[in-house]
Design a protein. Structure first.
Length: 352
């Protein structure tokens, strides 16, 4: 079985072909994974502009799909199904992928599967590492999401906690903007942090003790909050600029980046291991765009070895939004017999 995955939830147009292997330990193999990034388009505006994103998806999607099929040495007749991201994401961007997938499935006579974007990130771990020891705690951390999930059996995801305000990746982008580092913020903050002193600046962490009124079914003490950290950096930058009567020095910027990153990574890793202990997990995974962060990868591995807890990460290529992970999530649903209806529509607030 080969499945074509299509991902257009934000500012990457991606198509991929993933094939079942018949191996229970490593059930899928990536035959192609093409990603057309829009970073250069949105950098000018300091963030993703939804209307520009959806228009660029329209320009790119046909060529991206054709390239994915060519890279996999596949034709439409070689496919067994099409999977597409239904949500969450930017509604205009999602609609491009959904409309294309519905039309392609109808024209080729193929079943259509609707995939959840965050399920795709979780399944990227299986694409990279094979099936995880279960139960597993998975942290999905990106520009729009910071959530912990418990996976007790393949394809079933139980939400344990989430961010109350900014996602971790969003906090990186905002802090980078405050420091004049451009967009996207994650890679440049990560790079500069390597030359900074991560104890040079005292920045607050956040520990929540009460349930979120918007999610009263969750205890809340594993939730995340990064808006206060972002505000603390803003006040620090303004204070330093007033004292120096000018821009910050390169070393000051590096020190702020290192200190900010230390707080973010410590929070993410501590919550993940605490959740694993609380729920008797046999492994921990981290997925999503921020999983490419060098300090997060190093600290997760280090603490996993210290606590004899297996830890898993996707490759850098599978960390950011891509269609291979959507194809994998689609295969999970396809084998469970869950197909999309003919009137499938995009859902920007789709729950997992």
């Amino acid at each position: 079985m080969r499945i074509l995955g299509i991902e257009t939830s934000c500012d990457e147009t991606s198509a991929a072909v993933v094939e079942e292997t018949g191996d229970r330990a490593r059930p899928w193999a990536v035959r192609s994974n093409v990603v057309a990034s829009q970073v250069a388009i949105h950098r000018e505006w300091g963030g993703v502009v939804p209307e520009l994103a959806s228009r660029q998806h329209i320009r790119d999607i046909c060529g991206v799909v054709e390239q994915a099929l060519a890279d996999a040495s596949a034709t439409w007749s070689d496919l067994g199904a099409i999977a597409v991201t239904q949500g969450p994401g930017l509604v205009g961007s999602l609609l491009v992928g959904v409309a294309f997938a519905k039309a392609a499935a109808a024209a080729a006579g193929l079943p259509l599967v609707a995939a959840h974007h965050l399920a795709g990130h979780i399944e990227s771990l299986i694409l990279q590492n094979g099936e995880l020891p279960l139960p597993a705690v998975v942290l999905v951390v990106s520009g729009g999401h910071t959530s912990l999930y418990l996976v007790q059996r393949p394809g079933h995801y139980e939400l344990l906690s989430r961010t109350r305000d900014d996602a971790a990746g969003e906090a990186y982008d905002k802090v980078a903007k405050l420091l004049g580092l451009g967009y996207p913020g994650g890679p440049v903050v990560d790079r500069l942090a390597r030359t900074g002193n991560d104890r040079a600046v005292r920045l607050p962490g956040t520990r929540l003790t009460h349930a979120d009124r918007n999610a009263p079914h969750l205890k809340g003490d594993l939730d995340f909050s990064f808006s206060g950290l972002k505000t603390a950096v803003l006040r620090l930058v303004r204070e330093r600029q007033q004292q120096a009567d000018g821009p910050l020095s390169d070393q000051e910027v590096a020190d702020i980046c290192a200190s900010f990153q230390r707080v973010i990574v410590t929070t993410l890793v501590d919550r993940a291991f605490e959740a694993a202990s609380r729920h008797g997990a046999k492994s921990i995974g981290v997925a999503g765009g921020v999983s490419a962060n060098s300090r997060l990868r190093a600290e997760l591995t280090f603490h996993g070895e210290q606590r004899e807890m297996p830890t898993f990460l996707p490759s850098l290529a599978l960390s950011t939004d891509n269609a291979a992970m959507i194809a994998a999530a689609g295969l999970r649903k396809l084998r469970a017999g869950v197909l999309a209806p003919a009137d499938l529509n995009a859902d920007p607030a789709l729950a997992l």
